[in-house]
Design a protein around this ligand. Structure first.
Ligand SMILES: [Fe+2]
Length: 313
């Protein structure tokens, strides 16, 4: 990525004659670099969306679901920044909080610390989480792992600090006797993802929100019902240069890089994450996302027709 950035900098128009123009060029690009490494990685963005859900029970209309992802706790992601993200989340008055993986960046050192920082999170219907590829110590799609028990250490710490971890399982959210499923799937690269265990036995008429760290998981569902999938993993590429795009993502990563996508009957939201692997972001600010659930248009139409007065002859 640094090589790509350097190439981009070299492509910027360079004045060739006067020394003060050179000074201006160096100063401008130094400002870009400083912004990308010192300011944007810790400049949180709040994004709000309304998501229509087919067959959403009335009790869950206007449910506020706040998502944070990809904390990557390490020396480059301090506790103060995580506390700022927690405060921003609480300010949205969430009904449910979901955390979509990559709690730590590497190794065991920051496991307890990130769990403690996130233990401040609270919501009336609970705080739920799934693990990411870094929590499993899987750095790539080949499934190579360096710290074999890391995921268990992360899982134990999160659970001890009051966060409900969903590992290939479904938790039914209940309100006024009505249900909404919240399903959490282990990371796609972990080789522990179990879709049968996650989905089997669920009522087909009950809407489902699915948590899966890697957005490509949505292509593995094979017709299983998923109304909304919340993912992270890509960090939005971390660097998005004008005219060039997201440098750090390959063709697969760019397919669902960041934001909202329609995939078949499902909606996929890819969160840009709170932390980052390498402390550099440009045009891809870290984010907290607020998703408000709403009834789908056909449901609304059916309801309005049901309450219409009978036509007088
Ligand atoms: Fe990540």
């Amino acid at each position: 990525m640094i090589r790509h950035m350097w190439n981009w900098l070299r492509q910027q128009p360079v004045p060739t004659t006067r020394p003060h123009n050179w000074a201006r060029w160096v100063g401008r690009n130094w400002a870009h670099w400083t912004y990308a490494t010192r300011i944007e990685p810790h400049w949180l963005e709040l994004n709000r969306y309304t998501v229509p859900i087919r067959g959403l029970p009335p009790a869950f209309r206007n449910l506020h679901l706040v998502q944070m992802s990809d904390f990557h706790a390490g020396h480059h992601v301090p506790s103060a920044f995580l506390h700022e993200a927690v405060d921003l989340t609480h300010a949205q008055k969430p009904d449910v909080i979901v955390l979509t993986g990559d709690f730590i960046h590497k190794g065991y050192q920051h496991v307890e610390r990130v769990a403690k920082d996130l233990s401040r999170l609270h919501a009336p219907m609970g705080v739920f989480a799934v693990l990411g590829n870094h929590d499993f110590s899987v750095r790539n799609a080949l499934g190579m792992r360096r710290y074999r028990d890391l995921h268990q250490a992360v899982a134990d710490s999160l659970t001890q600090h009051g966060i409900r971890l969903l590992r290939n399982e479904t938790h039914p959210l209940e309100r006024d006797g009505q249900k909404l499923y919240l399903t959490g799937i282990d990371d796609l690269w972990s080789r522990m993802m179990d879709l049968d265990r996650s989905f089997d036995g669920l009522c087909p008429n009950t809407p489902r929100v699915v948590l899966a760290h890697n957005p490509l998981t949505i292509e593995m569902l094979n017709g299983r019902r998923c109304d909304l999938m919340l993912s992270g993993h890509t960090h939005g590429g971390q660097v998005k240069l004008p005219g060039i795009g997201r440098l750090a993502l390959g063709p697969k990563g760019r397919r669902f890089a960041a934001g909202m996508y329609r995939v078949g009957d499902s909606v996929l939201y890819v969160n840009k994450g709170v932390g980052c692997g390498l402390r550099i972001r440009y045009g891809v600010r870290p984010e907290v996302a607020v998703l408000t659930l709403a009834p789908s248009a056909p449901d609304m139409q059916a309801e309005s027709e049901a309450v219409k007065p009978p036509v007088q002859a």
